[in-house]
Design a protein around this ligand. Structure first.
Ligand SMILES: [Zn+2]
Length: 408
């Protein structure tokens, strides 16, 4: 009996040690951008603790067995249920985790029946809408030729090509917006401007914490469309995209954008630069952790394999884009925001970044930025009739998804 207990003790202590090392490294890799994040979390030989940062009060304490079991399911538990489980009724955690009906996130090995959410970035539509959301450009090619690009249209057309490919392989695909010019609320920004005049709608936004005091003030100021879009509408649209995706419970999420050279401001002439990059969750700020919802989401990102899976998926997609388009993967020094606001991951061209969608969407995701629209060759390829550029990008996402599934 003594030997048995001794072996168990050795086994458990090496299990605890492995867990401690794994999560300490994960915290350093994906959450070390803002050093104040460490005020909210402690990892030691007994497990993981979460603190209310202001008063340093211990809020959640999980031993290594609880961490291990919870890591498989935390990504499928709703926020209210998680709060109930970890804070209100801590005693019921063991009971909950031992249930047979407990749901792990599925990881299909084929596209058939797989649920895939696609978010075509921005809204697009007419050039005027591109101006309102500050996501369009007119490039002067020479004295007689100008090229106009609207990112929300490029992302939407790419999403449609990808959806068609995935549908034909039996996947179940959901797009967050139905057309160019239409937001994820199912209406245009200009229709929303009318809707916001309705008191019931306004109250529902306030009730759901989607309208800050600053935003409410902005609404009463009768600001220009561009400011109204950035200060009020954009976060409501983002929250709606994340809500739609999480309600769909996808196996993976694909977020499609097209990038620009950040230094080419004004974007009225072309650049020689062109890079591929992709973003994954992490890089949480201490500001995010000031609310309980933010801390529970941080715990989900720390415990679940959502970040690690996102890195694998994004790496497969980014590599495919790079080889099919012949565009290099971005290094950390290739853009200021990569070195200042992101953390490198083990995969080249893939960066951990705290964006609304990388933070809010549960499960594996790829947030792709395949090329620079203002690049001298890209802008011509993107606007040539029957150009294969968008098809190649969609193809690369498709191949990347297949590689990710096969490697699982
Ligand atoms: Zn974008």
């Amino acid at each position: 009996m003594f030997t048995f207990c001794f072996i168990n003790f050795i086994t458990f202590s090496s299990f605890a040690q492995n867990q401690q090392e794994y999560y300490t490294k994960k915290l350093e890799t994906y959450f070390s951008k803002d050093h104040k994040v460490k005020d909210f979390v402690r990892i030691n030989e007994t497990g993981i603790s979460i603190f209310d940062g202001n008063s340093s009060v211990l809020e959640i304490k999980l031993n290594w067995v609880e961490v291990s079991v919870l890591s498989h399911v935390i990504s499928t538990i709703s926020e209210p249920e998680l709060k109930k489980l970890l804070i209100d009724k801590k005693d019921s955690l063991q009971f909950y985790l031992n249930r047979d009906s407990i749901k792990e996130r599925s990881s299909p090995h084929s596209l058939k029946g797989m649920k895939i959410a696609i978010d075509p970035g921005h809204i697009g539509g007419a050039y005027h809408m591109g101006e309102t959301e500050s996501r369009c450009m007119t490039l002067n090619i020479d004295s007689t030729k100008k090229i106009q690009l609207v990112e929300g249209n490029l992302s939407f057309f790419t999403a449609m090509i990808l959806k068609h490919k995935l549908d034909s392989m039996g996947a179940q695909v959901m797009l967050t917006r139905p057309d160019t010019g239409i937001s994820s609320l199912g209406i245009s920004f200009f229709e929303w401007k009318e809707k916001i005049k309705n008191k019931t709608y306004l109250d529902s936004l306030r009730k759901n914490n989607l309208l800050s005091e600053k935003a409410l003030h902005a609404l009463n100021e009768h600001l220009p469309d561009k400011v109204l879009f950035t200060d009020v509408f954009s976060s409501i649209d983002m929250a709606a995209r994340a809500k739609k995706i999480n309600a769909f419970q996808p196996d993976i999420t694909v977020i499609i954008h097209y990038n620009v050279n950040e230094k080419n401001t004004g974007w009225n002439h072309t650049t020689d630069k062109d890079f591929v990059m992709a973003f994954v969750p992490g890089c949480t700020t201490s500001e995010d952790l000031k609310t309980l919802a933010g801390r529970l989401n941080f715990l989900r990102l720390l415990l679940s394999p959502d970040i690690e899976n996102s890195v694998n998926l994004s790496s497969a997609v980014a590599k495919n884009i790079s080889s099919k388009l012949n565009v290099p993967l971005a290094g950390k020094e290739d853009a200021t925001y990569l070195s200042e606001r992101c953390l490198s991951t083990p995969a080249k061209g893939v960066y951990s970044r705290d964006l609304a969608l990388t933070r809010l969407i549960k499960g594996p995701l790829v947030y792709g930025e395949p090329l620079y629209q203002d690049n001298a060759q890209e802008c011509i390829l993107l606007t040539t009739p029957n150009s294969d550029r968008l098809k190649l990008v969609a193809e690369a996402y498709f191949e990347g998804i297949l590689e990710y599934i096969e490697a699982k």
